[in-house]
Design a protein around this ligand. Structure first.
Ligand code: URA
Length: 236
């Protein structure tokens, strides 16, 4: 059971004060009966809420797929720099979304934003080994020896041991796909540096079952479909 005002504000369309006013004016119906107050409790799966005769989208959680462009911080707020939240409209920004895992400022590609903390925790848990696939471009062609080193598990310059990862060479080896099962700070850049090469471009293509929608241009976003939400283990 959830409070009516919590459910309605979670849509991002109204503030708590506005919900109070809507209820007072009798514009909110719960199962056909005017709501008694903003604190009224209901089960959103069982009860039907109408505001001015329309059914608002009161899903418990919001899941957004963003095609992060380079140059933007994967954070919720920053006093000086633009963050991924700044790319969303106010209606979505009000929902308390945060990025699930980070991409470096100069990295791009798939970023999931949600307010489902339990799902974020599951997706990021090292024990779950959720695969993440990245496209990279490097300053020199990578070769089979590099792929073997990635597969064996790279030890970074500071002694940190990485889990085995997959390096799939493309073309002349200056491009590749990397699959990681974990997410350490600057991991791919540092793994590549340990092979005496540098990453020039890094783009995340997928995270578990969630694949970047290539119709989204950098900076664009969309809500996940219900199918995508249930496949990654969220609440559709
Ligand atoms: N590895 C990196 O080095 N940077 C990213 O943004 C993601 C993975």
């Amino acid at each position: 059971m959830e409070r009516l005002d919590k459910l309605l504000t979670s849509t991002g369309r109204w503030s708590r004060r506005e919900v109070r006013q809507l209820v007072k004016e009798g514009r909110v119906l719960v199962d056909g009966i005017p709501a008694t107050g903003p604190e009224q409790k209901l089960d959103p799966a069982l009860s039907r809420v109408l505001v001015d005769g329309e059914e608002p989208d009161i899903r418990e959680f919001t899941y957004v797929m963003l095609h992060k462009p380079p140059g933007i911080l994967s954070a919720t707020e920053d006093s000086r720099q633009k963050t991924v939240l700044d790319l969303l409209p106010p209606e979505l920004r009000r929902r308390g979304l945060f990025p699930v895992g980070r991409l470096d400022k100069d990295s791009e590609g798939l970023l999931l934003l949600t307010n489902d903390g339990a799902l974020a925790h599951r997706l990021l848990s090292p024990k779950r080994h959720v695969d993440k696939v990245y496209y990279i471009r490097t300053d020199r062609p990578m070769g089979l020896e590099d792929a073997a080193a990635f597969a064996a598990g790279i030890t970074l310059a500071d002694g940190t041991a990485c889990l085995p990862a997959r390096l799939e060479l493309l073309g002349d080896g200056r491009e590749a796909l990397v699959t990681l099962h974990e997410g350490k700070f600057h991991q791919i850049k540092r793994m590549t540096a340990s092979r005496k090469a540098a990453v020039c471009q890094l783009k995340r293509l997928s995270m578990g079952t969630l694949v970047l929608d290539e119709t989204l241009r950098p900076g664009e976003f969309r809500l996940l479909t219900r199918e995508e939400v249930s496949k990654i283990g969220g609440k559709p």
